[in-house]
Design a protein around this ligand. Structure first.
Ligand SMILES: [Zn+2]
Length: 235
């Protein structure tokens, strides 16, 4: 009888210790997850839609269930409206304005700048009905001046540049160089990475880039989400 009591007592202690350990373990998990920093990254793809690569980029974004932003050129959008529609219908994309003909806006008059932005706005909206179009533009080559900002302001467009320049549009860049550029450039909890829709190198290593950013706890968001109310001009 005593042996039985001792056994029950011993068994109860074991159960108690196990339950207690579980509680501590669970508390630790919730404690850790509370203090995980929120890091955000916006992948941006310029110069599209591209007849061969845009659809493949979208497929990768969908497979990884992440978001990205495409800055589209008006001329390209006019040529490939079905790709604009495809991007707009996806839950993984937001679409920004990258001017009509990809000219250096600082070389144009105010009227010409207006046309570059407004014409593209009209094309994108007529194709998509405004779905997933964001009021952001990126000036080609990152070139802007006061006239550009003044016209953009009239149209209620906000300018967005980037925090990481990858040089992925260079034909000479290798996959390893592109990946290393991104790894060594990550310096902030909020990053906007400039990539291009027409780069085969970018398309080939996009899964690797996504995996590296995921490993580093970056959440993939569109540029409008990352900027929210902040002014985010990078020179
Ligand atoms: Zn461009």
């Amino acid at each position: 009888m005593i042996i039985k009591k001792i056994f029950v007592l011993f068994f109860s202690i074991i159960i108690f210790v196990l339950l207690d350990t579980k509680e501590i373990f669970e508390e630790k998990i919730s404690f850790d997850s509370c203090y995980l920093p929120t890091k955000k990254v916006a992948l941006t793809f310029d110069d599209g839609p591209h007849p061969y690569f845009t659809e493949s980029i979208l497929k990768i974004l969908t497979e990884y269930n992440i978001k990205a932003t495409f800055f589209l050129v008006g001329i390209q959008a006019k040529k490939y409206p079905y790709l604009v529609k495809l991007l707009s219908e996806s839950n993984h994309c937001k679409i920004g304005n990258h001017t009509f003909s990809h000219k250096n806006l600082t070389k144009l008059s105010e009227k010409e700048i207006f046309n570059e932005l407004y014409l593209t706005y009209q094309i994108l909206n007529s194709i998509t009905g405004g779905k997933n179009i964001i009021p952001y533009f990126r000036p080609p080559g990152g070139h802007y001046n006061n006239n550009v900002l003044k016209v953009a302001d009239k149209l209620n467009f906000k300018m967005v540049l980037w925090s990481i320049f990858t040089n992925d549009h260079s034909k000479k860049i290798t996959e390893k160089e592109l990946i290393n550029t991104i790894i060594y450039s990550l310096s902030s909890d909020k990053e906007i990475i400039l990539l291009h829709s027409g780069s085969k190198t970018t398309l080939n290593c996009l899964p690797k880039i996504i995996e590296i950013l995921k490993e580093r706890n970056y959440e993939f968001v569109s540029v409008d989400e990352i900027l929210e109310d902040e002014t985010y001009f990078v020179n």
